[in-house]
Design a protein around this ligand. Structure first.
Ligand SMILES: *Cc1c(COP(=O)(O)O)cnc(C)c1O
Length: 467
């Protein structure tokens, strides 16, 4: 063994202890660490001839790289839809690296970590009150989950014409209908060879809504003259957390032939609270659902899962199976993740979610979800109490979409947000909503409290007054 490796092995306990100390220093100070900085990196391109050893590398990390880290898992990172990491999820993430398993088959693979993954999916189905006629697996994020789900939808579309697109390529125009797709669904259509422009945009409900207009949807379906299609629907749009009407879509299933996909990356967690559960009523009738864990489940990146109805397992295997040889046996009995999703080798990505679900249970997650939603309302109320801000949309769940009051201030929105974000106390995302420049704050992090809202409102007023 190389002597530096040998030394590290002998000193492993001390190395991990020092790493833990570094980690706890960051986490215990996260409230005072800025949410943004403007440092750049004095890139050192040369690889040392002799290594530094773990402690040497840690020393360099502490000096050069740690100061670049922003408080992304902290309570005031409200940009995009950004979760933090619960203590138990960090434990699960550490152990994922330590045990370094490769979950694939349920049987005959040496290890059976795939069973832990399946167990975690079952816990998640229970948390979200979804039936067990879905199978699911972990992927890196909602983008890959949309890719996986839409990949199987593509195969389903071909099958309606007796064609195997996975084997022979796409040879029919695929009809896709959607109202407010997330950019990652469009990216998936591009990656899947469907084409990022090959979809029909359905109207949204009139007024301040981003949800699909069911009558316009039906009009567009009728114009397909009985041809099959794929519907990409939304459980939680990023701007205003709006939801398509899943009961109405469930009704359409009785009349028309389509693959129903729901992007529920963060909005699916509405199911955890009795107060918000009505928003996803009927979603169990979908063919496929995308859900992120590194958002509202508050586990570290990279964590999301797909859900696909068991009845489609053959289409799923046709899409992702890792060899040209025919699949042996019933794919549900002879299960192997390798044949049902994009990656082959994978880490035990389920373990952080497993730990967090076990540690906090249904009640813990209900509290996280309801804390986020009540903070969103609280922030929205605090905003409109100030004379400088106005809401662009009602608060439906956890996202607050607002702008500077008055059209005369539209020119100042970008500068306001830049200065606010540069201050490092809070981070928010720019958006355009109904042709107006706006700002989006998303409440997802388990640590955020009313105190954070006071800090942010004060900061916002100061930044506005200094414009
Ligand atoms: C965040 C998000 C995505 C993309 O998720 P990643 O985890 O960043 O890949 C897709 N859809 C919706 C609705 C989202 O909020």
């Amino acid at each position: 063994m190389n002597s530096i490796l040998q030394q590290d092995l002998n000193d492993f306990s001390n190395i991990l202890e020092q790493t833990k100390q570094k980690g706890i220093d960051f986490l215990n100070n996260i409230e005072s660490i800025p949410t943004s900085n403007s440092y750049s990196i004095d890139s050192q391109k040369e690889l040392n001839q002799l290594g530094l050893g773990s402690l040497g590398a840690l020393e360099e990390f502490n000096q050069r790289l740690a100061p670049l880290m922003v408080a992304l898992p902290g309570p005031r990172y409200w940009g995009f839809v950004t979760g933090g990491s619960t203590p138990a999820s960090i434990v699960g993430d550490w152990l994922t690296a330590i045990y370094d398993q490769n979950p694939q088959a349920f049987r005959n693979q040496g290890g059976v970590s795939a069973l832990i993954e399946a167990e975690t999916i079952n816990l998640l189905l229970e948390l979200l009150d979804l039936p067990d006629d879905f199978t699911g697996g972990f992927v890196t994020g909602a983008t890959m989950s949309n890719f996986t789900n839409l990949g199987v939808a593509r195969q389903w579309f071909g099958a309606q014409f007796g064609k195997d697109f996975a084997k022979n390529g796409i040879s029919e125009t695929i009809n896709i209908l959607t109202a407010t797709p997330h950019s990652s669904s469009i990216k998936s259509l591009s990656m899947l060879g469907v084409g990022s422009q090959n979809y029909t945009l359905i109207k949204t409900i009139e007024g301040n809504r981003e949800a699909i207009d069911i009558s316009d949807l039906e009009k567009n379906i009728e114009s397909l003259n009985g041809k099959p299609f794929i519907l990409i629907s939304s459980a939680g749009t990023v701007n205003t957390a709006d939801f398509d009407d899943f009961e109405a879509i469930s009704e359409l299933r009785k009349k028309y032939k389509f693959w129903w996909h729901i992007d529920a990356a963060f909005g699916g967690f509405a199911a955890v609270s009795e107060k918000y559960k009505h928003l996803v009523k009927g979603w169990e009738n979908a063919d496929s659902i995308t859900i992120d864990c590194h958002k509202w489940l508050n586990v570290p990146y990279e964590s999301a899962f797909y859900l696909i109805k068991k009845e489609h397992i053959h289409l799923q295997v046709e899409t992702f199976q890792n060899s040209n040889a025919p699949y042996l046996g019933n794919p549900l009995e002879n299960f192997n993740y390798l044949n049902v999703l994009p990656e082959n080798s994978r880490r035990l990505r389920a373990l952080p979610a497993w730990f967090s679900l076990k540690a906090y249970g249904k009640e813990g997650y209900k509290d996280i979800i309801e804390n986020s939603t009540s903070l969103a309302l609280h922030f929205a109320n605090a905003l409109i109490e100030q004379e400088y801000f106005e809401l662009l949309a009602p608060i439906r769940l956890n996202n607050v979409c607002f702008t500077l009051k008055g059209n005369e201030n539209q020119d100042k929105v970008t500068q306001f947000l830049t200065q606010l974000n540069d201050g490092g106390k809070v981070f928010m995302t720019p958006t355009v909503y109904q042709n107006r420049k706006g700002i989006r704050a998303s409440f997802v992090n388990w640590r955020t409290s009313e105190q954070d809202i006071r800090i942010v409102i004060q900061e916002m007023v100061e930044v506005f007054q200094e414009l």
